[in-house]
Design a protein around this ligand. Structure first.
Ligand code: MRU
Length: 344
């Protein structure tokens, strides 16, 4: 992805210095900064505190953190196992994290170089898979389509290109002039902050809407299709994605609007049968009770939005049953939920 005329990936790793670098997503869209993480603990902390977030990006980051552990721990099996546990304890829902930590851990049994190569391969495959998702998803988009998306499943949520937004970028590049409704995505605001930032930089026509406004636009016939990402897709086609996805899918069904989920195969968890078996991350109530943003001098501030004395509940994801999903947009093509068993 190009920002200010420079090509970026969301996260990358230099094995020689053993440093992981990433775009700081907590500061976006108000500041564009790169952070450098010198060991696996710092990299894991960046996943936990959402400096990096989104299924593919945290997957690649977990793979890099695992590689950092192999490089720095001199093959000490006990310590490497502890590093794996530490990395995997950061966030529970997106399966890409476990996909990457396991693959790098297993590759590392043959040597440090193998661990490093595997981590780099996972990142490269993520970028290439998302590029293909764009090509495949573009086939579904008609000229001037009005597309609703929830949360951020653009290039910032992956190594490059994105999942839900990759078809939008491909459609834009092929002259179809897509329009995007970006749900703001309370409480962290990934739609208002990150999706909007991406669309703006790609010159895609878009508007940020309140999460509560999506049903209104659907009921008025002003949404042609919904495309979201996914954090985990189980064997039966149920989808864990950012909280609020479920209600969008139900409303889309009511109004006959196709509901697509774009994800690479690293997000499919065939070992888990159905969505009710997925661990849903509960995040700090402060995300809900406070809003964060820059004041007029661009100093980041946190402001309380809710009545003092009240506590909040903050589930980060919900599960959309497969019956609401029109099809999955993947690097291997467009797949209907009932066809998934072929890919197990
Ligand atoms: O909590 P986050 O920001 O890591 O949430 C993950 C997501 O970005 C969304 O759920 C997204 O739609 C799917 S991940 C590409």
């Amino acid at each position: 992805m190009r920002i200010n005329n420079k090509q970026y990936r969301t996260v990358w790793y230099d094995a020689e210095s053993n440093v992981v670098s990433m775009i700081d997503q907590v500061k976006l869209p108000f500041a564009f900064e790169i952070v450098e993480l010198k060991d696996y603990k710092e990299t894991a902390e960046a996943i936990r505190n959402m400096t990096v977030r989104g299924a593919g990006a945290i997957g690649a980051t977990a793979g890099f953190a695992m590689a950092q552990a192999f490089v720095s721990l001199n093959g000490n099996a006990g310590e490497i196992q502890m590093a794996k546990d530490f990395i995997e304890a950061t966030r529970p829902t997106a399966v890409n994290l476990f996909y990457a930590s396991n693959k790098v851990f297993n590759a590392g049994q043959a040597g440090v170089e193998q661990a490093v190569n595997m981590a780099q391969n996972i990142a490269d495959e993520d970028a290439e898979g998302c590029r293909l998702i764009g090509e495949n998803g573009n086939e579904l988009i008609k000229a001037n389509s009005r597309i609703l998306t929830h949360c951020n499943a653009g290039w910032l949520a992956f190594v490059d290109y994105g999942s839900a937004l990759s078809p939008v970028y491909a459609a834009k590049a092929s002259g179809k002039a897509p329009f995007v409704y970006a749900d703001e995505t309370r409480p962290r605001g990934q739609g208002a902050r990150l999706t909007a930032f991406e669309l703006h930089h790609n010159e895609v026509d878009h508007r940020i809407i309140a999460d509560n406004a999506a049903a209104f636009y659907m009921s008025k016939g002003m949404v042609d299709m919904v495309i979201t990402g996914a954090d985990r897709i189980t064997g039966n086609g149920d989808v864990a994605n950012k909280i609020g996805t479920l209600e969008k899918a139900i409303v889309a069904r009511e109004y006959g609007i196709p509901f697509y989920v774009a994800a690479p195969f690293s997000t499919f968890d065939f070992a888990t049968e159905s969505g009710d078996m997925i661990t849903i991350e509960e995040r700090d109530e402060e995300e809900l009770l406070y809003h964060e943003g820059p004041d007029k001098d661009m100093v980041m501030r946190s402001i309380r939005m809710a009545s003092p004395g009240s506590h909040g509940l903050n589930p980060a994801f919900d599960v959309t049953p497969a019956k609401y999903i029109t099809a999955f947009i993947t690097e291997k093509g467009i797949i209907k939920p009932e066809e998934l068993s072929t890919y197990r």
